[in-house]
Every structure is written in C-alpha cells, then in structure tokens.
Design a protein around this ligand. Structure first.
Ligand code: NAD
Length: 501
C-alpha cells in the first residue's frame, strides 16, 4: 500500500504542506509507515491564525443558540461515522476499536456539554447596586485560541478544548500530535459539514516550529496544552511570557491505595483494566498499586499476577485483544528500558512483558504486560512516568504511609482508594494532594459537566478542562455599571413572540 500524504486544514480546506518537512505516521501493528504528515513552518501557521482571526468576528456575532446548533449537528455527524472514525483512530494510535470509540465518546460528551452554552454563558446581575444603578457582567470570547494536543487521545482531547472554545465564540487553531493526525483532520471536515463557518476551526500539523509561532503570535489569546510535563512547562512559560492565558496538562503517576478491607477480586479486576488498558498509554492509567499491610499485598500480587498472565495482546482491530501495540518504536524502547531499570534497581519482576512478539507482526510495536512488586519510592521507575503497560506495587505499612505516597509524588493527576470504609475514603478525599480522586473507581476522569485537571507537575495554570472551568478559561468577563436617568415608559409596538433565528 502506498504512503498517503496528509495535509493541514485551513480556511475550510485541506491545504497541502509547503514547508518541505514531513513526519512519518506509522501503523503500530506492522511497524510500517502508512502516511506522511506535513510539518508547518511559520507562514503556514500564520496563515491558519489569520484565517481564524478573520472568521472569528462573524462567528462571535452569532447568538449562542445558533452556535450550539452547529455543535448539535456535529454530534450527529460523528455518531453516524463512529465506526470508521474509531478504525482510523485505532490504525494510527494502536488502541483497540472499543477503546477508540471510548476516546471519541468522551470527546462527544464535552460537545454535548458545550451545546448548553446559552445557559453557561449567562452573566451576573445586581439590580440597584446604588440609587438607579445596576451592575452586570458579560462573558465575551477571547478571539483566536489554540490547542496543542498529545497522541494518546487524538479525538477526545481536541474536542475537550475545541467544543467549549467554539461554543463561547472563539476561533480555534489545533496543533494535534504528529503521530496520529488523521482523526483531528476529519473532525475539521465534520465541523465544516455541521455548519461551522470556514476558518473557525483550523488544523495545523507540525512540531516545535509551528508551536513556537502559536505561542508567540499576538493574535493568539489562549493556549491549551496536553502532553508530557517538560513540554507542558515550556508551553506554559512561553505562552504566559507572551501575555496569553495558558492551561497546560502534563504527565502522571497515578496511585491506587488498596485498604485491607477492600474486595480484592474487584480491585484486581479494576487495576488490570486501569493499568494495562490502552497499553498503559493513558494519563489517568493506574501505574502504582499501594496495598496496605503485608497480607493485603501478598493476596493482591497473587491475584494481579493471575490476571496479567491471561491478558491478550493483539492487533488493535482484533476484537479479542485486551490491548494493542504501543504508538511507536521510541515508546517501545522507552518502556522496555524502564523494565530493565526496575530490575537493576532491585524491584521484584513478577511478570516480564518484554520479548512479547505477535506472530506475523514481529515489526509491530508490541510489548507484553509487566508487573513489579516491592518497588520503593527512591527508584527511578517509581519517580518517573513510564507510559506503558507496567504496573508496580509499592507496599505500605499503614494508611498514613499510603496517603503520603501520592501526596508527596511530583505528579498529582489522579488517585484512587479502594475500601469499604466511608470514613477512610472521606479522610483520603480531603487530605490527598492530587487533582482527581476515585473512591472504588480506578480511573476518576470527571464527567463532562465537571472539571478535569491534575495538580503539581501534572498541571500548569489556574483552570481545568471542560465543565465550568472551560467556560471561564475561554471567555473574559466584562462588568458594566449602568445608570439610566430616564426611559420610554409607554407605547408598545411588538405583538409577535421574539425567536432566536
Ligand atoms: P508530548 O509532550 O511529546 O507531545 C504533546 C504535544 O506537544 C504534541 O502536539 C507535540 O507535537 C508537541 N511537542 C512535542 N515536543 C515539543 C516541543 N519541544 N516544543 C513544542 N511542542 C512540542 O506528549 P505525547 O507523547 O504526545 O503524549 C503523552 C504525554 O501526555 C504523557 O506524558 C501523558 O501523561 C500526557 N497526557 C497528559 C494528560 C493530562 O490530562 N494530564 C492527558 C493525556 C496525556
């Protein structure tokens, strides 16, 4: 099969790359290059910003209900195309088809949230703040905003950013991951088909060159980023130094505390799904299990090992596969390298996933599931994000030690506690130093109308993604103090009910 050449999407059209630079897009199942994505240079990126700046004026003048209707049509178009879109996503990312559908669905839920924008945008009002004086606030769009997104959720994260931003009246320039850009490009076409004016949603493919233009161009007012922590910090510092709003989400090391009273079969099932699903390439994956007490630890490790041994690794479109390949050869080398580091550091390797090969797909980016026991907090494999199918067990003597581990870790994205005791759960929720907490829920990604956001080095900036924070992030508040000395008090000439056309 020939190698497809992908494009940008600017001003409502697919625009071929002009810089002469390209990145390879792989099929992770075979390890073969399946497409080339252009890497934008300054003029191409500036063209996208200019297109967005022009289109934004009219888009912002539409009433919120009319904007919401575009999102409603978009929802329907994606639902109609769910199957092929999931296959396309899976073919570049390597996650299974049901998981790819979940990726799209979690994105759609934020689009559903954003269709409520007429209600969400309502401001505040104080009548008679002084004699004859009323005070009110309005939420107005920022203008052009940008999203720089990671490979691991190529549908969900662009939609988490774009849906609220667009609903608020902004125009959007998306710089998706160069590893799996085809779904973001298709989203742009579907937005157009749903009635979004050309130029309101643009896709610029590229790397640091394109990103640096977006971070410094004065027409871009806000930057939303998701990816690894060093890049998140760079984007946050550069964007804010150039006077932009920024929210930048980074890496993670999510712990699951397992109390002695928990149902260990349920916990083991939950941890295997949360640790190895999507080959561990989820920012909310559980990578550290913390059983409290030696008895709990021994029983949990036994149950985990049984389950890990039965996991089925296969092609991403194999319906029986629990997880597919990693996204790239570099990811495979990194994960296998960390497993070796763990062995060298003295962790106990209970199940070794290295060396797994899928028959007929020896060049695919596959690795098996790895389980470590007796990991300690001074080890590199504990401190650093591995981002692969590696679950590690850190044994805690008591609850206080278990609470300290995630609280003292440099990352603070998600955490979970498994217990039957409400008092322990309540104390944990209150005291743990982490942005999102699950109680008997291994992956506590908040629902669309609540806000998602990690703490510490998992999140730079003040506001989270989706939910009420997203409306605050993508609008600026204008506050009006008004006094009307006189007014028309008679003569009525409207007899037809007003409608929002
Ligand atoms: P990444 O940091 O390599 O890339 C993210 C984006 O930044 C991509 O669009 C990429 O092109 C761009 N980029 C990369 N290097 C850059 C540079 N030097 N300058 C400017 N831009 C650059 O991340 P990834 O490998 O695509 O995604 C995996 C990471 O994302 C993991 O660390 C994971 O934990 C994290 N993640 C976090 C969340 C969250 O909500 N906290 C969600 C998903 C993924």
């Amino acid at each position: 099969m020939g190698v497809r050449e992908l494009s940008h999407f600017i001003g409502g059209k697919r625009i071929p790359g002009a810089s002469g630079r390209f990145a390879d897009v792989y099929d992770p199942n075979t390890g073969q290059v399946q497409a080339r994505v252009p890497l934008a240079d300054r003029p191409e990126t500036e063209a996208a910003i200019a297109s967005a700046a022009e289109a934004q004026q009219e888009w912002a003048s539409w009433n919120p209900q009319r904007r919401a209707r575009v999102l409603m049509r978009f929802l329907q178009l994606i639902q109609d195309e769910m199957e092929p879109l999931a296959r396309l996503l899976s073919s570049e990312h390597g996650k299974t088809i049901p998981d790819a559908k979940g990726d799209i669905q979690r994105g759609l839920e934020v689009v559903e949230f954003a269709t409520g924008i007429p209600h969400l945008l309502k401001g505040e009002y104080t009548e008679s703040a002084g004699a004859g004086i009323d005070v009110f606030s309005m939420r107005q769009p920022l203008g052009v905003v940008t999203g720089i997104t990671p490979f691991n959720f190529p549908a969900m994260i662009p939609l988490w950013k774009a849906a609220p931003a667009l609903a608020c009246g902004n125009a959007f320039v998306l710089k998706p991951s160069e590893r799996d850009p085809s779904v973001p490009l298709r989203l742009a076409e579907l937005f157009l088909e749903a009635g979004l004016p050309p130029g309101v949603f643009n896709v610029v493919n590229g790397d640091k060159d394109a990103v640096d233009v977006l971070l410094t161009d004065p027409r871009v007012k806000a930057v939303g980023f998701v990816g690894s922590t060093p890049i998140a910090q760079y984007i946050y510092e550069t964007a804010t130094a150039h006077g932009k709003r920024a929210q930048c989400f980074g890496g993670a090391k999510n712990h699951a505390i397992v109390m002695p009273d928990a149902d260990l079969d349920q916990v083991a099932d939950a941890l295997v799904g949360a640790g190895y699903g999507s080959a561990g390439e989820r920012c909310m994956a559980i990578s550290v299990a913390v059983p409290v007490g030696e008895q709990t630890a021994d029983a949990l490790v036994e149950k985990l090992a049984e389950r890990v041994a039965k996991l089925k690794i296969g092609r991403s479109d194999d319906e029986a596969a629990d997880f597919g390949p990693l996204v790239g050869a570099d990811a495979l080398a990194r994960v296998n390298g960390y497993v070796q580091t763990g062995v060298d550091e003295g962790a106990e390797l209970v199940v070794d996933g290295r060396g797994f090969k899928l028959d007929g797909y020896e060049d695919g980016f596959f690795t098996g599931a790895t389980l470590f026991d007796r990991v300690t907090s001074d080890m590199r494999i504990y401190k650093e994000e591995i981002f692969g199918p590696v679950l590690q067990v850190v044994r805690a003597h008591d609850y206080e030690e278990a609470l300290r581990l995630p609280s003292e870790h440099e990352y603070g994205n998600g955490v979970a506690i498994f217990t039957r005791d409400g008092d322990t759960a309540r104390d944990f929720c209150s005291r743990v130093d982490t942005g999102m907490v699950g109680v008997n829920v291994p992956i506590p990604v908040p629902i669309a109308y609540h806000t998602f956001g990690g703490w510490k080095r998992s999140g730079f900036g003040d506001l989270g993604q989706h939910g009420p924070d997203s409306v605050r992030f993508y609008t600026k508040t204008k506050t009006v103090t008004q006094r009307w000395p006189s007014g028309v008090k008679e003569h009525v000439d409207h007899f037809v009910i007003p409608t929002m056309k």
